[in-house]
Unconditional design. Structure first.
Length: 325
């Protein structure tokens, strides 16, 4: 072996050793973050020790908002409960599981691993939280300035009963949500549950709001899109159809209605962007689907006014492709 070859081999060994040392240092830095954020397990309490940015990025609420949700859930009777001799699940853990479920699209199996709970326990807790959220959502006094009305599709699996009724004109199964929002994009009335094949006008007639609209509306009006044209809704202002003979005044009125209706478009877009569970509800129980939708509407209202900007859409969250039109 020549001296030159020996020197080359020695230099190569040093480079390999240096490379391994750099990898070990990188892994040493990354490992604590992975333990806290990606694999919680029995140490789910570490979520509460996350910095504010990380906490809100994963759970879609600030820590003060989380405390508010926890307080409301406890006010509605969410306490520690024993199940089949197992240790009780703390209320704080239940609230974290509920928000994680609403903010992400993990399966119950993935959630059970993350929170060290059985899949059946995770499923029971989510339904329990959704029911409580829906209950105090109705008690929040949904009243105020009337703004705009619209409907959107919430994608679901085919229900076992009358499943064909839930196939909408875009060829997927869905449940409808009718929302009326004020000028801030806050839901002041909601109606959830009609099958996806139902049109907006028919959904409005089937809602509780329609039976009491005179009492609720007074002399006020709602802004609606073309789905409500010609449907004899005296409280809904709709644009005129463009038949090629619109006057300048008609076009101006249509433009104003369109600008006003943006608020309800943005409300649906922001809610589905933040609470991603609504993008695809893997549940065939319609009563559970309705409760989860109502819970998302409450969480949406709670976050209105927070000085936060969507990292994905700083200029406003667009409506997803599975929305109603």
């Amino acid at each position: 072996v020549t001296p030159e070859l020996s020197a080359f081999r020695l230099q190569s060994r040093k480079k390999i050793a240096n490379g391994l040392n750099r990898k070990r240092k990188i892994l040493a830095v990354l490992q604590p973050t992975q333990r806290i954020i990606l694999k919680t397990g029995t140490e789910w309490q570490m979520m509460l020790n996350m910095d504010d940015h990380t906490f809100s990025r994963h759970l879609r609420v600030t820590k003060p908002q989380f405390e508010y949700v926890l307080m409301k859930l406890q006010d509605n009777g969410i306490q520690k409960q024993h199940c089949q001799g197992l240790p009780p699940v703390p209320a704080t853990k239940k609230a974290l599981m509920f928000l994680w479920y609403m903010a992400n699209q993990n399966s119950f199996r993935e959630m059970s691993n993350k929170f060290d709970a059985s899949q059946s326990t995770a499923h029971r807790i989510i339904l329990q939280k959704a029911a409580s959220a829906a209950a105090f959502h109705r008690l929040c006094g949904l009243s105020g300035v009337i703004g705009a009305i619209d409907g959107c599709h919430i994608r679901v699996q085919r229900p076992p009963i009358r499943g064909g009724d839930y196939m909408n004109r875009k060829s997927f199964y869905s449940v409808l949500l009718q929302g009326i929002v004020d000028e801030r994009g806050r839901f002041i009335d909601i109606f959830a549950g009609p099958p996806g094949k139902v049109y907006d006008a028919r959904m409005l007639r089937a809602s509780d709001f329609y039976t009491t609209w005179q009492e609720k509306m007074g002399d006020n009006s709602l802004l609606g899109d073309s789905a409500y044209i010609g449907q004899a809704f005296p409280f809904v202002i709709t644009p005129k159809r463009d038949n090629g003979a619109l006057t300048e005044a008609d076009e101006l009125q249509n433009s104003r209605i369109s600008r006003g209706r943006v608020v309800v478009e943005q409300a649906f877009g922001r809610m589905k962007c933040k609470w991603r569970r609504l993008r695809d509800l893997q549940n065939t129980r319609i009563d559970a689907v309705v409760m989860i939708i109502m819970a998302a509407c409450f969480l949406h209202n709670m976050c209105i006014g927070a000085s936060e900007i969507c990292q994905e859409h700083p200029n406003g969250c667009p409506r997803q492709a599975d929305e109603n039109e």
